[in-house]
Design a binder for this molecule. Structure first.
Ligand code: IMP
Length: 205
């Protein structure tokens, strides 16, 4: 089956995260695409009811594309720990919710470490995964999944990045994502992997 090419001039970025909006606009800069933030078009964020990263990225992209009448790009990402059968996975952000209703990733990483401590004989391997979906108003969607493999360290190392970065040591590296400069992380990240596939497949990159 052939992959549909993106030939439009405008693309909605179906994210309400300002960091992601800037990152995606930068990545698409060479392709003469005008990017529009879903929030600026008044598009609501759908509930993430999917059971996989791709299902969630697709439902977000399709919701924006069908309502706006323009193609839309969405992502969904998280940390999958092998010894925890892929958890926290699609619930990576949810694992950071504290009893008082705030998001605290020190708390989330502590939870991961506690769960791993129950399985001292299991490997500490994990992957960051990023799904990217490009949807058109007619309901067609193309999806790509990027991945970076690594191991989880404890105690935490580094103050850069966000989320689970201080716990993640990429395979073959000496620095955690939390210790790496942002450019070094972005060169090897799950998000970069998914973007490379999207650009190669849909933007003739
Ligand atoms: P979402 O894709 O915005 O739903 O993000 C899910 C969660 O996965 C984030 O809140 C982060 O905790 C985690 N996550 C995704 N990508 C990264 C990353 O590159 N570093 C650290 N944590 C990440």
């Amino acid at each position: 089956m052939t992959v549909r090419q993106f030939t439009d001039e405008k693309l909605v970025i179906a994210s309400h995260n300002s960091g992601k909006l800037v990152e995606i606009a930068d990545l698409l800069a060479p392709f003469n695409v005008e990017t529009l933030a879903a929030g600026s078009l008044g598009l609501a964020e759908p509930e993430e009811t999917g059971l996989t990263f791709i299902a969630n990225a697709e439902l977000k992209a399709l919701a924006s594309a069908t309502v706006s009448g323009l193609p839309a790009l969405a992502d969904d990402s998280g940390l999958a720990v092998d010894a925890l059968d892929g958890a926290p996975g699609i619930y990576s952000a949810r694992w950071a919710e504290t009893p008082s209703g705030e998001r605290d990733f020190q708390f989330a990483m502590h939870k991961v470490e506690m769960a791993l401590a129950q399985k001292p004989d299991e490997p500490r391997t994990a992957s960051f995964i990023c799904a990217l979906s490009l949807a058109w108003p007619d309901g067609h969607v193309e999806s790509f999944e990027g991945k970076v493999d690594g191991t989880l360290v404890w105690p935490l190392r580094g103050l850069h990045g966000f989320g689970y970065d201080p716990m993640f040591l990429p395979l073959g590296g000496d620095l955690t994502f939390g210790e790496m400069q942002p450019e070094a992380k972005h060169a090897i990240s799950h998000r970069a992997d998914a973007f490379t596939q999207l650009v190669e497949q849909c933007f003739g990159g």
